[in-house]
Design a protein around this ligand. Structure first.
Ligand code: NAD
Length: 297
């Protein structure tokens, strides 16, 4: 059993932290939103009044925050992780953030006597709840070996993607692909509607044929075929449009940084940006199906 400080108890962090409690760890959580803290306490966790209090006497710190600026604040601010956690503690950031911030924080951590690694995830809230996430880990060999037993209690596939920052590099590539594939699946359902092809029939065929992918098989953007997908819950996020747009922008920044052209990634970014601008930032990212259809008619 380890003492774990868990910062960020939102859609993903809440169930991830709850799985660590279930595995028998002593987990102290902190979040700015009281409702999220209350849900975690109901799942058996403890809570703290600040980042510093949550990370003071711990073996491991895990963070699951929206973006790079939140992660920088949580680790570097007064009473933050770097100031409060005991030297030698293992620091695992599971948020999806830019590679540059991730590598910079790991380097500051090393100077302060911590091992820090990036371990962004794939698998959505269902993966977080069911402890079936994929972790893409950027770490030294030693850091990876230390983190793996904890990550295995929250996920199924724990992959060492290379040195620090490579977990984020893998995540950005994966999510550019996800944004593109979701739009592709939406376009296929919209076309099926117009051609008089039943949605369930398209699902039954494509989910077992060459069109299969996670956006279709697990996260189907129309109600019915996959009862757990957000389409059945009025597109309540899930993985919000704001988060998808954030990841697509990270992918485009990364591509621009190395002078690479990613035309479908650029198009997906523009489509999600337009959808967000119409007031849909909090909607699940699969909800873009309605917008794609609207822009055609
Ligand atoms: P979320 O907004 O539901 O949760 C983030 C939490 O961080 C919120 O509860 C917020 O209050 C908290 N927070 C922000 N600043 C804080 C601070 N200074 N101190 C303490 N808490 C703070 O987001 P999420 O959906 O859980 O996503 C978290 C990360 O995981 C993001 O980087 C996202 O890109 C990534 N991710 C999300 C999904 C998904 O399906 N939701 C899937 C894979 C990866």
């Amino acid at each position: 059993m380890a003492n774990i400080g868990f910062i960020g108890l939102g859609n993903m962090g809440g169930p991830m932290a709850a799985n660590l409690v279930k595995a028998g760890h002593n987990v102290c959580g902190f979040d700015l939103v009281q409702e999220n803290v209350a849900t975690f306490i109901a799942a058996g966790g403890k809570s703290a009044a600040s980042v510093g209090e949550a990370t003071r006497d711990v073996d491991v710190v895990i963070s699951m925050l929206p973006a790079g600026r939140h992660v920088s604040t949580v680790y570097e601010a007064t009473d933050g992780v770097f100031e409060s956690a005991p030297k030698g503690a293992l620091l695992i950031d599971c948020s999806t953030i830019d590679v540059t911030t991730s590598r910079r924080l790991a380097s500051v951590a090393a100077q302060k006597g911590f091992e820090m690694l990036d371990a962004p995830v794939s698998g959505g809230i269902m993966g977080a709840q069911g402890a079936t996430l994929t972790f893409m880990t950027g770490a030294t060999d030693e850091g990876f070996a230390r983190a793996k037993p904890f990550l295995e209690q929250m996920g199924k596939n724990i992959i060492h993607a290379g040195g620090v920052g490579n977990g984020q590099a893998a995540k950005v590539c994966n999510n550019m692909l996800l944004g593109i594939s979701m739009i592709g699946v939406c376009e296929a359902f919209n076309l099926a509607d117009e051609l008089g092809l039943d949605r369930q029939k398209l699902f039954d065929i494509s989910s077992t044929a060459s069109g299969q992918c996670w956006s279709l098989n697990t996260y189907c953007p129309v109600p019915g075929p996959v009862p757990t997908s957000p389409a059945n819950n009025d597109y309540k996020a899930g993985f919000s449009v704001a988060m998808m747009l954030k990841d697509l922008k990270l992918s485009q920044d990364a591509a621009n940084g190395v002078g690479l052209s990613t035309p479908l990634g650029a198009n997906a970014t523009a489509l999600y940006e337009a959808f967000a601008d119409e007031g849909n930032s909090d909607v699940d990212f699969s909800g873009i199906i309605k917008n794609l259809r609207k822009s055609d008619s």
